[in-house]
Ligand binder design. Structure first.
Ligand code: LM2
Ligand code: CA
Length: 464
């Protein structure tokens, strides 16, 4: 009989990159809510330059909610529908800078602008001009001043110490909050003094969720993520930099399990990820392109005990600049993930990866709901295989190598047959047995025979 498994509502996010608001609303109802994602991170919702590349979203022209991803009404409707489905919306807030194009132009919604001139919002005095010999761009990341008051790739750098700039940004963020968003990803937070970010978010209502993007540089870099933990969470880039290469090389090493992990921000301040829209085009060791290895990396992250995980879901690309498929006006096309159950062997450019719909991801969210309150115990290695127990409540195991491997993981889970959450998903147990693979716990050991590039996960709620 199935153990009466206590469930919690774990904090798990999903980044739906460059997905229109109407499609995110559909996803909230069809998949995100039912699977137990607690929040969705959107792409920036404000007006930006009119270009087809995805990164047009990171060049704001103004703060009207009118973008390639939908209108203000679309955005408001999405927030309501997601909220009704139990999913918070975290909006990507691009507040360090405005556009980077040298030529004047017209934004996606028709607003005219020039570099350093945004009618009704900002004029020349509202920007930093650091005036290096080479120009206004950051050249030296070991200089705090350059990182925070010079320009990131020519993007007009807002003087976030100025009262007018701060008020203008707060008005924008308050507007999004009035539509019901739960909080913000603070884009390029590293490029704003922590005091500036704190002053801005300090004006927002209590309880507003703030997740700062502060890409951890080397020890030589003066600006560190720890400076931004006093007023919210931060994305911890050390996590994917540790996990990704382990999965890629099929050589696993336990993290230090006691307390907060060294060199990382405290667990309650950390948002962790396998990849995001920048790293999948850059440093990430494992992305959707790695199919089964990507499932393995996500499974290990979702089984782990450090930080709040955010799963990434975007679209296939060969050209790093290519935007999501759009209509003739540049509006990104709605996309559905119906029928997506796992990574495809190959993708056409622009095809959505639909990671939120994968059976394994849904299964791991259920694993986390059942097991995340339990201690994460020391891992077991068997060649290219690795696994660990969440004490008494769940066991995960992966094989990132090219050979079949049998791995045995000691566990205090009750003896019996368990249905695999990776192949069986959220409702892994069915009347006739298991939707996916069956594994057995006996004599205090969970045994898994794993084919190359596969994962397995059992938990108290998946006992047959
Ligand atoms: C971020 N976080 O700190 C975003 O996550 C990242 O995606 C953004 O870069 C960046 N910071 C600025 O918000 C992207 C993209 C860049 C792109 C910028 C601005 O990775 O390639 O830069 O957005 O759209 C592009 C061109 C670049 C050009 C710049 C300004 O690639 O060559 O610089 O526009 O015109 C002259
Ligand atoms: Ca700045």
């Amino acid at each position: 009989p199935q153990a009466a498994a206590q469930r919690a509502t774990p904090d798990v996010g999903i980044q739906l990159f460059q997905l229109p608001w109407s499609s995110i609303a559909d996803e909230c109802e069809a998949t995100l809510g039912p699977s137990g994602f607690s929040w969705v991170q959107t792409s920036p919702p404000n007006e930006s330059i009119a270009r087809d590349e995805w990164w047009a979203s990171y060049q704001p022209v103004g703060y009207d909610l009118d973008s390639r991803l939908g209108t203000r009404d679309d955005f408001a409707d999405m927030v309501m529908r997601c909220d009704a489905a139990g999913v918070d919306v975290i909006a990507d807030a691009v507040i360090n800078h405005m556009t980077g194009q040298d030529a004047a132009g017209t934004g996606f919604a028709g607003t005219p602008y020039a570099h350093y001139e945004y009618p009704g919002l900002y004029g020349a005095d509202d920007f930093h001009h650091c005036g290096l010999a080479q120009g206004d761009d950051i050249v030296d990341y070991t200089s705090r001043e350059q990182v925070q008051t010079c320009e990131l790739v020519n993007l007009a750098d807002l003087d976030t110490s100025s009262p007018h700039v701060r008020e203008t940004i707060v008005t924008y963020l308050d507007d999004l909050l009035s539509l019901g968003v739960a909080g913000f990803r603070i884009d390029a937070a590293k490029h704003m003094a922590a005091d500036d970010v704190q002053a801005i978010v300090g004006e927002l209502p209590e309880g507003t969720r703030i997740v700062s993007e502060v890409i951890r540089g080397g020890a030589r870099e003066p600006v560190q993520p720890e400076e931004y933990t006093g007023f919210g969470e931060v994305f911890e880039f050390s996590y994917p930099r540790d996990l990704g290469p382990q999965v890629q090389s099929a050589a696993f090493a336990d993290p230090v399990l006691e307390g907060d992990r060294p060199l990382l921000v405290p667990a309650d301040k950390a948002v962790v990820f396998v990849d995001n829209h920048d790293t999948e085009r850059g440093e990430a060791a494992v992305t959707y392109k790695d199919g089964p290895l990507y499932v393995i990396a996500n499974a290990l992250m979702l089984a782990d005990d450090y930080g709040t995980p955010v799963v990434f879901s975007g679209y296939a690309f060969t050209d790093r600049d290519a935007g999501a498929p759009a209509d003739a006006e540049g509006a990104v096309l709605p996309a559905s993930c119906e029928g997506a159950t796992g990574p495809a062997d190959s993708y056409l450019d622009g095809e959505r990866t639909c990671v939120q719909s994968w059976t394994a991801i849904a299964g791991m969210l259920e694993f986390r709901a059942v097991a995340s309150d339990a201690a994460r115990l020391r891992g077991v290695e068997a060649g290219s295989a690795y696994g660990f127990e969440r004490e008494g409540r769940g066991v995960v195991a992966v094989n990132a190598g090219d050979d079949d491997i049998a791995i045995e993981i000691p566990t205090s889970m009750p003896a019996g047959d368990y249905c695999d959450a990776i192949t069986g998903g959220r409702d892994a147990v069915i009347d006739s047995g298991c939707r996916g693979t069956t594994y057995t716990v006996a004599d205090g050991v969970a045994r898994f025979s794993l084919a190359p590039l596969t994962a397995a996960a059992i938990h108290l709620g998946s006992q047959r």
